[in-house]
Design a protein around this ligand. Structure first.
Ligand code: AMP
Length: 393
């Protein structure tokens, strides 16, 4: 069976088509600048890569061209070969703790949650509607970033603010990257042939989050009401004292929205290094003795270490720490720095094994009190697997 995994943004559409028996990616790519001048697409299949500039007025144009290309390139013979489509949805609120078949009610719910994810949820609907228009009979599934975190207990997901903010407006911790953390938990459980694991999953990309997982269920996670909370990120500040907001509003004559925008886009590694949000540039800066990069690196590592230490206690000890996403998979430097700071918990790194990129690998030494693994994430595959499972029911 063939399943398409879709991540629709406001002006983009990312796709992967899987052959589910072999879990092989038949074709993948990206439509960019939809509705903006200079729109184009990239399609990758086998050893080929096709890039073309083409007018894309809306997401429906992108979907039509995508499907025409799949036939033209003989990746599929007919559109009926696509058995299902899985859509990544950032926010499922409190309603969705699992992936679901997309119905009119689900579309309405996703739209109603736009207040909580204004940049993402409306864009996902554009993607869903475009596929509904072009492939009206193909079943579609919604896979929510927040769903995996719905198993958190109230004491972990509530903020100590007036309780009515939660009951009236849904102010609580939702958590994000759930599809990635769920994939990591599944993958490492299969690898170690155990379901009863205490896992700390470290998704360290441009955005980053740490999740505590027990017996396959999320216990706690570092992102919060929005993806701004938690560890230091590429351009996001992570946890800060909210009183900074009115203080900076007054000092700089900014609105609350502008300060939040600075928290989201001008902070984190970028804010401290004053150079780049990219971990590779920060690492280069550290190696050349740049003081701001050294400070940014130190703050980044400390923020991750503090969450790992907190979750170590919350989980009552840990069986395995997993590193994933751009930095987690590819930066031996960052992993080494993090693990070395966890020495007081008896966690130890195998420096040689740590010299690895994007490959499922044990990187803890044999003397370590818990296992440490690099586990490449695959959110697209997880979306396709959920879709297959739901349409087969
Ligand atoms: P993601 O959001 O998962 O795509 O991750 C993006 C982050 O991964 C950026 O900060 C990149 O600098 C970082 N990254 C990618 N490749 C490497 C690498 N080889 N070494 C260090 N960081 C990397």
């Amino acid at each position: 069976m063939k399943i398409m995994s879709i991540n629709a943004g406001s002006s983009s559409l990312k796709f992967s088509l899987y052959e589910m028996d072999s879990k092989e990616v038949l074709v993948s790519g990206l439509f960019e600048r939809i509705g903006i001048e200079g729109s184009k697409y990239v399609i990758k299949y086998q050893d080929y890569k096709i890039t073309e500039e083409v007018e894309l007025k809306n997401h429906t144009d992108a979907v039509k061209i995508l499907l025409e290309k799949l036939i033209e390139l003989k990746i599929i013979d007919s559109l009926e070969e696509i058995d299902g489509i899985g859509h990544r949805i950032v926010h499922g609120g409190m309603e969705y703790s699992k992936s679901v078949m997309i119905t009119n009610k689900v579309i309405e719910d996703i739209l109603n949650l736009s207040d909580l994810a204004p940049l993402h949820n409306p864009a996902h609907i554009l993607g869903i509607k475009a596929f509904q228009e072009v492939l009206p009979k193909t079943p579609m599934v919604a896979v929510f970033d927040t769903a995996f975190h719905q198993t958190m207990e109230k004491e972990n997901y509530l903020y100590a603010v007036p309780y009515e903010w939660y009951t009236k407006y849904g102010v609580r911790k939702y958590g994000f990257h759930g599809t990635s953390h769920r994939y990591i938990a599944k993958k490492i459980s299969e690898e170690l042939k155990r379901d009863d694991l205490r896992i700390i999953s470290c998704h360290l990309g441009n955005g980053g989050s740490i999740t505590a997982i027990k017996d396959g269920k999320c216990i706690d996670t570092s992102m919060g009401f929005t993806p701004l909370a938690g560890i230091v990120m590429g351009t996001r500040c992570g946890d800060v004292d909210a009183s900074i907001i009115p203080y900076i509003m007054e000092k700089e004559g900014k609105s609350a929205g502008e300060v939040i925008n600075d928290f989201n886009k001008k902070s984190g590694l970028l804010g401290i290094s004053m150079k780049s949000s990219d971990a590779r540039d920060i690492e280069d800066g550290v190696n050349s003795g740049d003081e701001q990069c050294i400070l940014a690196d130190e703050m980044y590592v400390n923020s991750v270490v503090k969450y790992i230490a907190q979750y170590y206690v919350e989980l009552g000890g840990v069986d395995v720490i997993c590193f994933t996403a751009g930095i987690g998979e590819n930066s031996p430097h960052t992993r080494r720095r993090i693990i070395e700071k966890l020495a007081s918990l008896g966690i130890k790194i195998d420096l040689e094994a740590n010299n690895v990129r994007s490959k499922l690998t044990k990187i803890s030494s044999n003397e370590s009190s818990c296992l440490v693994y690099v586990v490449p994430t695959d959110e697209e595959l997880m979306i396709a697997m959920d879709t297959l499972e739901i349409i087969n029911r």
